[in-house]
Design a protein around this ligand. Structure first.
Ligand code: ZN
Length: 81
């Protein structure tokens, strides 16, 4: 009886890890599809879905935070005559 419980437990652990591994692999493949965009202000790459998207003069810009967006806008305004 004890042996049976041990086997059942082993099967359960194996099944549990196998399921987790599959889930992990699924997450990984999802990750590789994720698009990265450049933050024009701090020059870092961020995930598109996490980025703040702003359209200026028909061009799309992405920022990691509102602070970066504001900094960029201020820089742009200074550059313009
Ligand atoms: Zn930034």
């Amino acid at each position: 009886m004890k042996f049976l419980i041990c086997v059942a437990l082993l099967i359960f652990i194996y099944w549990y890890f196998f399921k987790r591994k599959k889930k992990f692999l699924l997450n990984q493949s999802k990750e590789s599809i994720t698009e990265f965009v450049l933050d024009e202000n701090c020059q870092t790459y961020i995930r598109k879905e996490e980025a703040i998207k702003v359209e200026i003069n028909g061009k799309c810009y992405y920022f990691c935070s509102k602070k970066c967006l504001n900094d960029f806008l201020q820089k742009k305004l200074k550059l313009q005559p």
